[in-house]
Design a protein around this ligand. Structure first.
Ligand SMILES: NC(=O)c1ccc[n+]([C@@H]2O[C@H](COP(=O)([O-])OP(=O)(O)OC[C@H]3O[C@@H](n4cnc5c(N)ncnc54)[C@H](O)[C@@H]3O)[C@@H](O)[C@H]2O)c1
Length: 326
């Protein structure tokens, strides 16, 4: 009998087709969001594999899954999965490192270009019959010659830096782990402590995971260090930035704009004060939301399931459990 893969997030027909296309080993696919409570209980009890994007996976859910062999995240940030509880149950949790870097890096650049050229404002105005041919020129900028500071220099940070450099920016970065000098030279990047990075950047983009130590990392004090004409891009996790402090900084014009893909609470509340600013570009956690990225990460996920099914160890384990549960 085919092993069961339980998929937890929203599905629609084209997406199901895509999942099926990647499912070369013919796992039975179950869709959590289409089930009633009874069916959900059965699905937990029967599934060998969990496949999850952002749905919360609790210890309780994994305890109920007697046949569960591994949990696979379709992406990088696994803060929605109780990895400690999984480890106690001897269940590996895996992600897809590097699999969505291009999508997130390209969205970061799209945010910067959009904010620098006021695309959202000009698009809306032009469609409303307004002709602002001259009005925004002194508030519009080019990337060339600007300093782009990246907080977090892993897969997405590096991919973003490469794209940004193609526009002629100078790259500075801060990360818990500094690169070796020869690698910094090869990549043409400069390391700075976070405060110095905030003071020196025209563009700050965030590419670190949400961890207890990174929650609220960018608050009132950090925003006050930024230049008045600087923009902040958050494509990592909402809770890393204090949203109230960011709204205040935008209100007081101590920074000049923000691109926000990830929010403290998702879906974002329509009354969130950040949504009222013209100089905020808001998206609903779609950093990795392209067909290309999806194909890439689903391929990694199903290859991992197949490996385990064929007796190999899972790849990309994030909770230290290197053997799939039998
Ligand atoms: N918007 C989206 O749709 C989307 C998609 C994918 C990933 N993400 C987010 O982006 C994050 C980064 O992804 P990645 O693929 O580059 O991960 P990665 O693991 O390759 O890189 C993360 C980097 O952050 C650094 N880091 C960790 N803790 C730190 C700390 N306390 N201070 C400074 N640096 C620290 C690490 O050393 C590492 O270099 C993910 O954790 C995820 O939350 C968002």
């Amino acid at each position: 009998m085919a092993s069961k893969v339980l998929y937890f997030d929203s599905v629609y027909p084209e997406f199901k087709e895509m999942l099926q296309m990647q499912n070369s080993q013919d796992f039975e696919l179950l869709y959590w969001t289409e089930m009633n409570e009874l069916e959900k209980a059965d699905a937990l009890a029967e599934s060998e594999y969990f496949l999850v994007a952002t749905t919360k996976i609790t210890g309780d859910m994994m305890k109920k899954a007697a046949h569960l062999r591994m949990v696979q995240k379709t992406g990088i940030g696994y803060d929605n999965i109780d990895i400690k509880a999984a480890a106690e149950l001897n269940i590996p949790v895996c992600n897809t490192p590097g699999g969505n870097s291009t999508g997130v890096a390209e969205l970061t650049i799209a945010f910067i270009l959009n904010l620098y050229r006021k695309l959202n404002v000009l698009d809306r105005a032009t469609k409303n019959g307004e002709w602002h041919m001259w009005d925004y020129r002194l508030q519009s900028f080019e990337l060339k010659g600007k300093t782009h500071g990246l907080i977090g220099f892993g897969n997405i940070g590096k991919a973003t830096a490469r794209l940004s450099q193609a526009f002629g920016t100078k790259i500075i970065y801060y990360d818990k782990f500094r690169l070796q000098e020869k690698d910094e030279k090869a990549l043409n990047v400069t390391y700075m402590e976070m405060d110095d990075l905030l003071k020196n950047s025209d563009i700050v983009s965030i590419h670190i995971p949400l961890l207890p130590e990174t929650e609220g990392l960018i608050g009132e004090r950090e925003l006050a260090l930024m230049k008045n004409n600087a923009i902040l891009i958050n494509v990592s996790r909402g809770k890393i930035v204090n949203e109230e402090a960011l709204a205040k900084a935008l209100e007081n014009k101590t920074i000049s704009g923000a691109g926000i893909d990830t929010w403290a609470n998702e879906p974002v509340d329509k009354n969130n004060p950040l949504l009222k600013f013209d100089n905020v570009i808001a998206t609903p956690h779609v950093g990795a939301g392209t067909k290309d990225t999806l194909a890439n990460i689903l391929d990694m996920c199903f290859r991992n399931f197949s490996a385990v099914e064929n007796g190999q160890d899972p790849k990309y384990v994030v909770n230290g459990i290197t053997k799939a549960r039998k």
